[in-house]
Design a protein around this ligand. Sequence first.
Ligand code: GLY
Length: 377
Amino acid sequence: MKTLSYEFSPPKISCNIFINPELFLSDLLIGYLKKFSSKICIITDLNIKNLYGDKLLHHLRHHKLETFLQTIIPGEESKSRHSKAKLEDFLTSNHFEKDSCLIALGGGVVSDLTGFLASTYLRSIPYISIPTTLLSAVDAAIGGKTAVNTVHGKNLIGAFHHPLSVFIDPDLILSSPLQELKNGLAEVFKYSLIFDLDFFNKLNSIKTLSDLNNELIVSIVEKSLQIKTEIIKKDPFDQNLRKILNFGHSLGHALETASNHRLSHGQAVVLGILSESFLSKELGFLTYNEFLQIYKAFENLAMIPTIPNDVQKNDLVNALLKDKKNRHGKIGVVILKSIGKTIGYPYTELFSLEQLETCIDYLLENFQECPFELSID
Ligand code: GLY
């Protein structure tokens, strides 16, 4: 079993992360819940309910834990104030109290929504996470960023609320669809690009997604979370260093919003990483060769998606202008100094729309569903 943890104070927060096959229905989870909680609600989506939710519910009830299960419709649309209010009504009408506990069983949507629900219900109750996707295991479930979307943009309403613990079972992750693995790998590559050249080289040695087995998943999740927890310990509230975790996410979030979520978070992050690497090259930081290595890494694993052809430049611009990293009307972007390193303090550079124009054009000219010839320089 691999274990990681992070803690900081004030306020005193600690989170334990367990990574091991067969954790999902383990005695460790039961023991943990019995120690911390009188009443439990599993929050999951309809797909995951059928795959794992009902099994978990029966397992916990079999061990005499008073457990309920609530579902949301799969997809980003459920990460809304409306879904949160419905779940709040369920918790209040079933008399959930301060020592009740929520379990986020699912991917990023379930994790962000459940965490935010737990942060405001009775001014905060505990929750634990059981991620079922690689993306959630390496990012959404860890670090306490919880939120819902609004029509004005992604993650605009939220709170920091850390899970008590996270149980990562590689069996669940490996059973997820191929595109889910690619979505998670986008974030895994991000960690390597911002923090660790050796890790990037290791990821580059994965020749095909069928190389991913339990052992490899455990090792890339562990490495990603060593990086993430090291950053969180230094900057839990996203005031400085933690901003580097947003690499690839300024353009990425804009693509997600502008495509109406037809590009998944992971797909948008791949394109966000490519365009923000392109910008880093244009600014004279990344060499052309480094930029090419990043492009090839995604190309080799068939991770580069196309942008739907009805996404207009204006849609991207409007979405970029609503990013919560913006300051004084300028758009915040993390810039790579080299593979494995970002520029230092303040970790995010501010750009005007005019300065980002080549970066937006690069995206639309090279990756939009249309018969343009590919040029990557
Ligand atoms: N997902 C970025 C962060 O946790 O800061």
